[in-house]
Design a binder for this molecule. Structure first.
Ligand SMILES: [Mn+2]
Length: 336
């Protein structure tokens, strides 16, 4: 249950109400919301006590979350979360474009220049690659993180890279990676989610290949529960019976997530489609459906990309997508 209190309620009153729950073994968590005090009861609230607290003069309303998540629920914040990724606001008015090569490779610097020229806001690049086949390119590892950050620094953009194992976290911290991407295959790797949740770095959580929205929000709840406020959801296509595309982009859940959670949502049309020519259209559709950002794979010479060559776009195509995102964003009221 989530208790939403009147703006200006003194902290000691909030604490007193929480204490009444804590005393009977109900854990509570305070929202980081500043507009008004909001707290959640993590465990089941005894009916009579719940009614008593709801009747308190400072309690405006009580909300029962749709699932057993608490911190990810829309009611836990007054205004939607805006995640800060190295100074770039994800979830604000601007549609944020995350772009770069699938894997960090010898073209990293050139790709970074293209992302910058094309109007991208965050530079991506995979250093540790979760590949379906063990014989496929596995990434440059820590050296990839160093190259990515060096490119990001040179062009003045924050960087994001996928973390596959908690033992790699010190390297991500040491190289100043601005956002940790948890890939689709690791969405329910709860050990990893717990390990990265308290390091202070924003987390972009991709939806699992066959994960429901509920399962996805529970994973987000793990990261929030560990203390990370800057959580970004990323829809990247789900597995369906359709084989013509790599995955099926599920845009239906975008307006649904707006009702269920306060977390920002970005869309990755590259991995959803797996086919370069489809990505510009899917990008426009994503922005129209309310995406806070787009994650796009590009490569200066797709024929030489070490992974995901079929879905890599060229600089001009990325520039068109960022221009379209700005135009469409304005049409739907996201003026910068
Ligand atoms: Mn990729």
């Amino acid at each position: 249950m989530i208790f939403r209190l009147a703006p200006g309620t003194p902290a000691d009153v909030v604490q007193e109400l929480r204490d009444r729950l804590e005393k009977v073994g109900v854990r509570t968590r305070l929202s980081p919301e500043t507009a008004q005090p909001i707290f959640a009861a993590v465990d089941k609230v005894p009916t009579k006590l719940g009614e008593e607290i709801a009747a308190h003069e400072r309690v405006l309303e009580t909300v029962t979350p749709r699932g057993a998540w608490r911190l990810a629920d829309r009611a836990f914040r007054n205004t939607p979360t805006v995640a800060d990724v190295g100074g770039v606001r994800v979830g604000g008015r601007q549609v944020v474009v995350i772009a770069g090569p699938c894997s960090v490779d010898a073209f990293m610097d050139e790709a970074a220049d293209q992302v910058k020229r094309a109007g991208g806001h965050i530079l991506r690049g995979g250093a540790y690659k979760p590949r379906t086949s063990p014989w496929s390119f596995q990434g440059f590892g820590e050296e990839g993180l160093r190259l990515l950050k060096s490119s990001g620094n040179r062009i003045g953009l924050p960087v994001i890279s996928e973390i596959m194992d908690a033992s790699h976290l010190p390297a991500f911290i040491e190289h100043g990676i601005d956002c940790l991407q948890v890939g689709a295959r690791n969405m329910q790797n709860f050990t990893l989610l717990k390990a990265i949740s308290s390091c202070g770095i924003p987390v972009l959580l991709k939806r699992g290949l066959a994960a429901t929205v509920e399962e996805w929000l529970y994973s987000a709840e793990y990261v929030l529960a560990g203390g990370c406020q800057n959580v970004i959801l990323c829809e990247r296509g789900i597995r369906t019976f359709e084989k013509a595309t790599r995955n099926t982009l599920d845009l239906t859940i975008l307006p649904l997530l707006r009702e269920w959670t306060h977390l920002p949502v970005v869309v990755d049309p590259s991995h959803a489609a797996g086919i370069a020519s489809l990505i510009p259209t899917l990008s426009r559709a994503s922005v129209a459906a309310g995406a806070d950002g787009l994650a796009i794979e590009i490569h200066p010479d797709p024929s030489q990309a070490r992974s995901d060559a079929d879905q890599a776009l060229l600089e001009g195509e990325l520039a068109q997508i960022t221009a379209d995102a700005r135009t469409l964003g304005a049409v739907i009221g996201r003026r910068e």
